[in-house]
Design a protein around this ligand. Structure first.
Ligand code: NAP
Ligand code: G3H
Length: 497
């Protein structure tokens, strides 16, 4: 495993002279003013690379959260009255601003969540594209016109104008793993449709989120239209989620948190994008070279910390040995290190998550799984692991690992794979690898997931495709067009001539 001397210093508990803790407090935004909490309390953010503090955000009081939501509610009617092309123009300017500061925000994403710089910068660039597309799509939303005479007893002189109107104030809560992209994918559709926003970033990733909002302010955000709430979700979450002036919540994050929020929120729409246990089902007639490449890329990018990561392989016995060997070769070629080294496998977000993954591996090995590939671990930096002969009694067969380990389950045939998939608590995506298209479509139809990928890894993009999870993976649909739809409701005006 490649490790620089600099990192070894940190990891042995000695702080190097070259990198120091950064205690800068990054203020939150209310009414276009950058503020620090009157409580003076802050939440530190530590780099997953070396544990060094990279900044801190204010732990806002209830009173301050209240102010953020109330302001968003006060200005919402005016914002909705703004012409849609003006709201769309704001998003275009925001995207341009983001492009200008992609390096700066990329560097902060790298520090906060440990992505390599290339991957962090590409997140910002992808976000600018997503915002532009949303700005365009927002111009094309429209209602409908219905005549009454299709229903017995009603006449043509009764006409309904069905308008699309914003919900009001939307709370957008984002996760750590895409601190910019998964925040903007909520904020942009909310703004273009005339909603105002209260944005609660993940604490780890909050500074990157605040920098993204700074770009929005520079682009001309009107006062109060978006306000930010910072502080630990476990502390301030229930208060903000149950605020009576919220009209909708859109959340991406873990299943337990999402379910908790759904229970707390009452009588308002809640869109949830949650965890996954996406399988790659590989049949004996598949192009195994391609399947192995896609599986390894799908399972291990950002060390598996993606909701759409391939989190288990189900391969038919006839193809298993060859596929496992091909996967092993790809995994052995992955570089392991720290985000500053532009490697494939980087440290997990924190020690607790790394310990969880290690526990799943230990449980599987104890119950008979064989290790096909492993490496040396160093605290939260886990080398990629491939486990073969994983069986149903092992926790890793069902639990979301969210880390760099790939369990392989051998099945007799595709029906067994579909059965395994259906008994799973999650339902985000699934991949099927086969050359038999008829079989692929038959299996795809039977699978209870949001999206089935044929001969490709599981993944969210392109960002205008609908993106959804069923069962414990979510409720509602995202993806640019569908996110816009979810942030509008019908308003019917009936004309009686
Ligand atoms: P998380 O722990 O659930 O946190 C997500 C967000 O919720 C953070 O902003 C967090 O704030 C906030 N939060 C925590 N407790 C809350 C509460 N009681 N009320 C309101 N907000 C609360 O998830 P994560 O660790 O950031 O992300 C990893 C998980 O997200 C994985 O399970 C992954 O599969 C899932 N994910 C799903 C998708 C998808 O599209 N399906 C995308 C990305 C990630 P703090 O940071 O302050 O705690
Ligand atoms: O982590 C969840 C994200 O929605 C995954 O997005 O498939 O583009 O990496 P991605």
């Amino acid at each position: 495993m490649k490790r620089s001397l600099k990192h070894q210093f940190y990891r042995n508990g000695v702080i190097s002279m070259t990198v120091k803790h950064d205690h800068t407090t990054h203020p939150f935004l209310i009414n276009n003013e950058w503020l620090e909490s009157k409580t003076g309390e802050t939440v530190p953010i530590h780099s997953p690379d070396n544990g060094v503090q990279v900044g801190q955000v204010p732990a806002m009081s209830r009173e301050e959260v209240n102010q953020a939501v109330n302001l968003a509610a006060d200005v919402q009617e005016n914002w909705a009255a703004t012409e849609v092309h003006e709201r769309s123009d704001l998003l275009h300017r925001w995207a341009d601003e983001l492009d200008q500061v992609a390096d700066k925000i990329g560097a902060m994403i790298q520090k906060e969540v440990g992505k390599t710089f290339a991957s962090a910068k590409s997140e910002v660039k992808r976000t600018a594209q997503l915002i532009r597309h949303t700005a365009e799509e927002g111009l094309r939303t429209h209602g409908s016109f219905i005549q009454g005479d299709a229903f017995p007893g009603a006449s043509r002189s009764t006409k309904a104008m069905v308008q699309k109107v914003p919900h009001g104030v939307i709370l957008a809560i984002s996760p750590f793993n895409y601190p910019v992209n998964l925040a903007a994918s909520k904020i942009a559709p909310a703004l273009v449709t005339g909603n105002t926003v209260v944005f609660k970033p993940a604490t780890q990733g909050a500074v990157s989120g605040l920098m993204m909002i700074d770009a929005l302010v520079k682009a001309g955000l009107p006062k109060g239209v978006l306000n930010v709430v910072t502080g630990r979700g476990s502390v301030i979450g229930d208060y903000v989620v149950t605020h009576p002036k919220l009209d909708m919540i859109t959340f991406t994050g873990g299943t337990a948190t999402g379910q908790h929020i759904a229970k707390k929120a009452s009588m308002i729409p809640v869109v949830l994008e949650l965890g996954g246990k996406d399988p790659a089902i590989v049949l004996e007639d598949a192009d195994l070279k391609k399947a192995a490449k896609e599986i390894v890329s799908g399972a291990f990018s950002y060390s598996g910390q993606r909701c759409t990561a391939i989190k288990r392989v189900m391969v038919t016995e006839q193809a298993a040995d060859e596929l496992v060997e091909k996967i092993r070769e790809h995994v052995a070629a992955l570089s392991v290190g720290y985000s500053t080294e532009e490697v494939d496998i980087i440290p997990m977000i924190d020690q607790k998550s790394a310990d969880y993954v290690t526990g799943l591996i230990e449980d599987a090995v104890k119950k008979g799984a064989t290790i096909v590939h492993e490496g040396q671990n160093d605290q939260n930096l886990l080398s990629p692991v491939v486990l073969d002969h994983v069986t149903e009694d092992m926790e890793i067969a069902w639990e979301e690992q969210f880390g760099p380990v790939l369990p392989i389950m051998r099945v007799a045939n595709e029906l067994e794979a579909v059965d395994l998939e259906k008994r799973n608590a999650y339902g985000l995506q699934a991949s099927i690898f086969t050359k038999d298209m008829e079989k692929a479509f038959t299996l795809a139809e039977r699978m209870n997931v949001g999206t089935v990928q044929i001969n490709g890894k599981t993944s969210r993009g392109p960002d205008h495709f609908p993106f959804l999870g069923v069962k414990n993976s979510g409720q509602g649909v995202q993806g640019i067009g569908r996110s816009i739809d979810s942030m509008l409701r019908d308003k019917v005006i009936v004309l009686n001539l």
